[in-house]
Design a protein around this ligand. Sequence first.
Ligand code: ZN
Length: 305
Amino acid sequence: MEENMQPMGITDNLLKVFNYAFVESAPYGFFVPKDNAYVAVNLVNKVHHCPKCRKEITVDYHHTGVTYFSRDRYSQQQQVYAQLGLDFPATAEIAAEAEFTYHQIGYCADCAKAELNPADTDAQKLYNLCLELHKRDEALPLAARTEMQTALEHWLAQIKESAQVTAYDLSSYTAIKDLVCAVILDDVDAVESLLKEYRDGSTALLAQAQQLLAKLPEKFRVYAARSTAVYESMSDEIYHEYTVVFPAEETVPQDFFVERTVEGERAGMFLQQPRISSLEELLLAAGFADTWVDIFIDHVTALEK
Ligand SMILES: [Zn+2]
């Protein structure tokens, strides 16, 4: 929690590995797309279809010219159009860069909750456990941050007159920040119990997941969540500037569950990543919020009035 200390990379790293295993698994590569392997498409948006409740979620893409579909992905898209009873644009229209909509069939978040829990297959059970672990990994530093702020607020609540703070050096931002850190570090019981709960829960989930993984083949099919607001490569093999599309900035992220192939090795990699295990690691991952200094200053300034 010193001034120049960066939050530790454990949580960032877990997110990257989770995405590598379950979200965007194509490796980055640089090449110029060749006509025999790619089709240039004027892709403008994507419609997610949930056949269960008939909900459609449309996402506009940030538009910067044509996107290159791998031939595989292109023919899969023709099948999806057929499944939805839509007419696939003629080759001449695609070549003339007529606006194209990408369609995907899967489960909306509500239907996924109902349809995939409990899961029918070991593969889906494993995925569900990994998603649960992922949510816990992401939530822990945020929850710790909230408790750290609460610790500061509790301390400030006891400061009722300016005489109580005259003993402290409040001459600079750094001095105030150091004091705020000291106050937080002096009251870490709530953060410690968050950590214990996280560790106990994650240990149990990890053990269950490892058992399931051991029973699964090298590759397996699952319905996996993908946020409607993340970029996507129109090639399963590789992604790069020609194949990637980015949702428009104003896109509201929603999870949409799409069937995909997962490699057991990558799922195993996610399970084996280092996770936050000590109080120090958790405090570093939570980081320091600059607003805490503002909260402190606001409180002390109000005393002096
Ligand atoms: Zn639905």
